[in-house]
Design a protein around this ligand. Structure first.
Ligand code: AMP
Length: 539
């Protein structure tokens, strides 16, 4: 027997229509290349989204077309998210930090028709133009007055394009399973792979991640997504804010700049911000050097990489509660979120930190398990680690145009490529990526734990750990360190510092100092490049 309830489609259009009616005056504040503080509202932005939809239709876009963005976090990018997806096209957000050849690969693979580009990224496109086989033209995200010279063919100016258009549009009735956006994830081997989100997966992810114990977006919050909008839809925050009536503050091109972040937080009353550890390190460094405070900021979510204890302690000193979240491009992205259980608040400091630093507990809608090499499920005892696998309605079923090489295991689970433990209370902890694990004498060493311990040393700006060959133990960890400017830490001193903080046999035998640790386009340590750098090293 079927239920007798309405089956209205779960679409991004429904979020837009809701926010326009219920939260028209909620603000959207942005830093852009042509305006240090632009102010808009959901009402104004969605009116422009109607104009944009008319313009897109005149550009000849057809249902399902991939329309690309190469842009920072700001109000125009916000408008594109909605204008493209609600019109029935696919918003393909491209990471401008990728190598140019990766950008041309993914534009061609996605068969993008138009590219909406921030002026800062024009030189890259000018260089690539001849290779972009399907692109019909480019729209520069700026005003007529600020329109730069460019050698690109068929170029429009965003503000000119939309200003002439009507502010009414008949939105198509979309199937909730139709594609809404596309984001490529670059693995360490092979070409980047496309994750194609649907309207339904996006709405469910927003609903699932907005409980009180998770993102808890509401009209009395002001959020600043420092996670880029070209990386997994800014962790869904841009949709969630419209659904919850939350003021949005976009840092534009200044997202790595501690001073701009602090100024925006203080002047716009940001209560909650989202980003990777690197940006919070930049903020803390600025606060410590300048003596500034961030009094409105109550909480941060940190994800994308493990959070060092030293960072969480530094934020505690500013009364900012840091919550670790875990997920990936293939998961929209959120799968777990760290909020302590009520009784854990009374634990001694060290025990409390041990829980707070984990990746957190499952969000309703996602299932997870850890398994061994034979796919036997492992215990949730906080000790045994295994391959982390997930499933759920906002997790990718197969990669775009790679449907045959199904992303899933035969029994329907998705292998995340992460290695993790899960404790008896359901707190998951990432110990490594499958391809980064260090196996020493047959036992796994968590490179993340060693890195985080080393990051606690006051002379360490950044630390990374890789496995290198060892005659007796097959592999041993090697600690690679970038010194804090002005400091001269000694090897023995650093390695000695780890004593008592991690298992004795996890302490690396050696530590090398480098000027810089290589990073991927999403700002994570590139272990692959690091391993190449130390390919000749052996114990
Ligand atoms: P991406 O698809 O680029 O967002 O990267 C996803 C990967 O980032 C995950 O598979 C993890 O390896 C890593 N990651 C994300 N969140 C965390 C976290 N809280 N702790 C450790 N690693 C994380």
């Amino acid at each position: 027997m079927l239920g007798q309830m309405m089956d209205d489609a779960l679409t991004i259009t429904s979020i837009m229509k809701f926010a326009m009616k219920v939260f028209p005056d909620t603000e959207i504040v942005s830093v852009t290349g042509d305006n240090p503080r632009h102010r808009s509202t959901f009402g104004k932005a969605f009116t422009r989204v109607h104009q944009l939809a008319n313009a897109l239709s005149k550009l000849g876009c057809a249902p399902g077309d991939r329309i690309a963005t190469l842009a920072w976090n700001d109000y125009r990018h916000f408008e594109l998210y909605y204008g493209i997806s609600c019109s029935g096209y696919v918003c393909h957000t491209i990471n401008p930090r990728l190598f140019p050849e990766q950008v041309s690969y993914i534009v061609n693979h996605a068969e993008d028709q138009w590219i909406f580009v921030d002026p800062a990224f024009l030189p890259m496109l000018e260089q690539l133009q001849a290779e972009l086989k399907t692109v019909r033209g480019f729209v520069v995200l700026t005003s007529k007055a600020a329109m730069p010279e460019t050698s690109l063919n068929n170029v429009r100016c965003y503000e000119e394009l939309i200003e002439a258009e009507a502010d009414s549009f008949t939105w198509p009735e979309l199937d909730e399973n139709s594609a809404s956006s596309l984001c490529y994830t670059s693995g360490t081997t092979g070409n980047p792979k496309g994750v194609l989100y649907s309207h339904r997966s996006t709405v469910l992810h927003c609903l699932g991640t907005n409980t009180k114990d998770t993102l808890a977006l509401a009209p009395d919050e002001t959020i600043m997504p420092v996670v880029p909008m070209f990386h997994v839809n800014a962790w869904g925050s841009v949709y969630g804010a419209a659904m919850a009536g939350t003021k949005l503050v976009f840092p534009g091109p200044k997202m790595g700049d501690g001073e701009t972040l602090a100024t925006l937080i203080n002047e716009e009353g940001v209560t909650f911000a989202l980003g990777v550890p690197t940006v919070w390190l930049a903020l803390v460094n600025y606060l410590q050097e300048s003596g500034s405070k961030v009094e409105s900021l109550q909480r941060l979510v940190v994800g994308g990489a493990a959070c060092p204890r030293s960072l969480m302690e530094a934020m505690d000193a500013y009364n900012v509660d840091m919550h670790v979240g875990w997920g990936m491009t293939e998961m929209s992205p959120l799968g777990t979120y760290n909020t302590l259980l009520p009784w854990m608040h009374d634990l001694p400091e060290d025990e409390k930190f041990a829980y707070r630093l984990k990746a957190g507990r499952l969000i309703y809608g996602v299932e997870m398990r850890i398994v061994d090499e034979e796919v036997n499920e492992l215990a949730w005892d906080g000790k045994v680690s295994g391959r982390l696998q997930v499933r759920g309605p906002w997790i990718c079923k197969s990669y775009y145009k790679l449907e045959d090489s199904d992303a899933h295991l035969p029994d329907g689970w998705f292998d995340t490529g992460d290695v993790a433990t899960i404790d008896q209370y359901g707190f998951m902890q990432i110990t490594d990526r499958t391809k980064d694990v260090i196996k020493s004498g047959g036992e796994w060493i968590s490179s993340i734990d060693v890195e985080n311990a080393a990051m606690g040393h006051e002379d360490v700006a950044e630390a990374a750990v890789i496995g290198v060959p060892h005659p007796k133990w097959t592999e041993r960890p090697l600690l690679v360190v970038v010194k804090r400017p002005g400091s001269e830490p000694q090897k023995a001193d650093l390695l000695g510092y780890l004593d008592g903080k991690i298992a004795k046999w996890w302490i690396p035998e050696d530590c090398v100092f480098v000027e810089e640790i290589p990073h991927t386009a999403t700002g994570k340590v590139s272990k692959k490049d690091l391993r190449e750098l130390f390919a000749d090293y052996s114990y």
